[in-house]
Design a protein around this ligand. Structure first.
Ligand SMILES: CC(C)(COP(=O)(O)OP(=O)(O)OC[C@H]1O[C@@H](n2cnc3c(N)ncnc32)[C@H](O)[C@@H]1OP(=O)(O)O)[C@@H](O)C(=O)NCCC(=O)NCCS
Length: 147
């Protein structure tokens, strides 16, 4: 298993869309973000992180191939980012919908709930986003201290 940075970020659009289904939203962060892929007999997952200033690094996109979920790849990428960036940043944050698919994952990775951005999904996406049959409305931020 190998995790490495890639520059041909748009080649991974299919994976990016699994975590963020609107391309115009991906365009907002992909050019400035650093992207890493996890390769284990083929690319199984990707993560994009951006410098948000004031010692804060943000996970903008994290996706695992559907048939490779629950094998620890998502957590391995988060752990890699924590280790790789711990000297440079104080805090790792991530915003996600209030979904039973993602909230337990981030909690398992050691994140704590921070704040809510009201109506993020309804204000920023051109169509309703559903997960597990529930419409995502607000963005919930989670934070993890890196040092
Ligand atoms: C969320 C996501 C990145 C998790 O990646 P993953 O590789 O499947 O997760 P891991 O195997 O590393 O899970 C680590 C732990 O998190 C928790 N967890 C992960 N997925 C979970 C789920 N669907 N429900 C409940 N707990 C979950 C579990 O405690 C898990 O440990 P376990 O499998 O031993 O019980 C993956 O499901 C995904 O790509 N989803 C679609 C895209 C997405 O929603 N991205 C996040 C947007 S910000």
């Amino acid at each position: 298993m190998n995790i490495y940075q890639v520059n041909n970020k748009w080649d991974y659009l299919r994976l990016l869309l699994l975590a963020d289904e609107q391309k115009s939203m991906i365009e907002k962060y992909l050019y400035k973000g650093a992207m890493y892929v996890l390769d284990d007999n083929g690319v199984k997952a990707e993560i994009v992180v951006c410098d948000e200033g004031n010692g804060v690094l943000e996970i903008k996109n994290l996706a695992v191939e559907p048939q490779s979920k629950r094998q620890g790849y998502g957590k391995k990428l988060v752990d890699f980012i924590c280790e790789h960036y711990k000297e440079k940043y104080n805090t790792l944050q991530v915003g996600t919908g209030d979904s039973p698919l993602t909230v337990p994952f981030y909690e398992e990775c050691g994140f704590k709930r921070s704040h809510i951005v009201k109506n993020f999904f309804t204000d920023n996406y051109d169509h309703p986003i559903y997960e597990c049959g529930i419409q995502l409305i607000d963005m919930i931020y989670f934070v993890k201290t890196l040092r």
